[in-house]
Design a binder for this molecule. Structure first.
Ligand code: 5RP
Length: 302
């Protein structure tokens, strides 16, 4: 306890040694607040500068998606292998154990479903994000959607304002929609608009042509969604290509939890995102885990 008596005189002031100043490891966030940087450091691995986020928020627009019927049985065992989880507050409160100790990317908006128009979204209370101790507030932005572009950009703007007030970073999620083309021109415009409006990280899709232009034209980190289920090797190639072309990680769902070995797939994706594995090396990790329940990858730890 602090005391008035018997104190040793302070003398180690390091005179002549300048105080260490750390640069921040994530692009475009150098000038963010302490709280935002601290939370981003929970989501992104400081050594690789990358993240493997596990997305299972699909139910908020799709209902009980294949692989997510019983999140307690299929997703909870995977959480330990992810760097961050992305889900809704309903699933957090009802199924995800608060003891899982993973940073949360909280689906901060809700609205219409696949049965109607998609992307007609409203925001939650920021107090809810604080109560849930989240590390990112994720909000959908429907650039190019004639009905919902304006309202979803206003949602993003409001989320960034909340985030600035309370030190919580914003994840801008470029929307899904029937008429939105996933090419470099569209994705480049959509991600840049999110960044210009203050998002700290952007989630978007990979595209085969010109993805480098998308990442280079976006001043903050981009993570990619996996999209619909692909053969495992193709999904790993998608992750490899995205990282090689400047993505800072993945926020992947169906290609993990709809795989015949979700843990194997998650470990394989980690090998790519954090450890520079080739597609063949990562695929070998996935297959080995699938067949033996263990593998030699750096992340497996078994
Ligand atoms: C839904 C989402 C999902 O989190 C996102 O699409 C990631 O999942 P998947 O890899 O299955 O595409 O944002 O709106």
């Amino acid at each position: 306890m602090a005391d008035n008596e018997g104190n040793i005189a302070a003398k180690d002031y390091g005179i002549g040694v300048p105080q260490k100043q750390e640069g921040f490891f994530l692009k475009g966030n150098e000038n963010a607040s302490y709280g935002i940087k601290s939370r981003l450091s929970q989501v992104f691995n400081q050594k690789s500068g990358h993240t493997v986020m596990l997305a299972f928020d699909h139910g908020f627009i799709m209902g009980p998606t294949s692989g997510l019927e019983r999140i307690d049985l299929t997703i909870n065992p995977l959480i330990q292998y992810s760097d961050c989880i992305m889900c809704t507050r309903g699933i957090l409160r009802s199924v995800v154990p608060p003891t899982c100790n993973k940073p949360i990317s909280y689906r901060f908006d809700s609205g219409t479903t696949i049965l109607t128009s998609l992307n007609d979204e409203t925001l939650h209370d920021v107090e809810e994000a604080i109560r849930l101790n989240v590390s990112l507030m994720a909000v959908m932005v429907a650039i190019g959607d004639p009905d919902h572009e304006g309202s979803t950009i206003r949602n993003l703007t409001k989320t960034v304002d909340y985030g600035m007030r309370y030190g919580i970073p914003t994840l801008g999620v470029t929307a899904v929609g029937k008429n939105l083309t996933r090419d470099a021109r569209y994705l480049g415009l959509a991600t840049r608009v999110c960044a210009e409006n203050g998002a700290n990280v952007i989630k978007t899709y990979y595209c085969d042509e010109g993805f480098e232009k998308v990442t280079n034209g976006c001043p903050v980190p981009i993570v990619i969604a996996g999209g619909k289920k692909l053969p495992e090797k193709d999904a790993l190639a998608l992750a490899r290509n995205a990282i090689d072309q400047g993505a800072a990680g993945v926020d992947m769902g169906r290609n993990i939890f709809q795989s015949d070995s979700p843990v194997g797939m998650l470990l394989a994706v980690r090998e790519i995102v954090h450890n520079g594995a080739t597609v063949d090396q990562a695929f070998d990790c996935y297959e080995t885990y699938k067949n033996t329940g263990t593998c030699n990858c750096c992340c497996c730890g078994k």
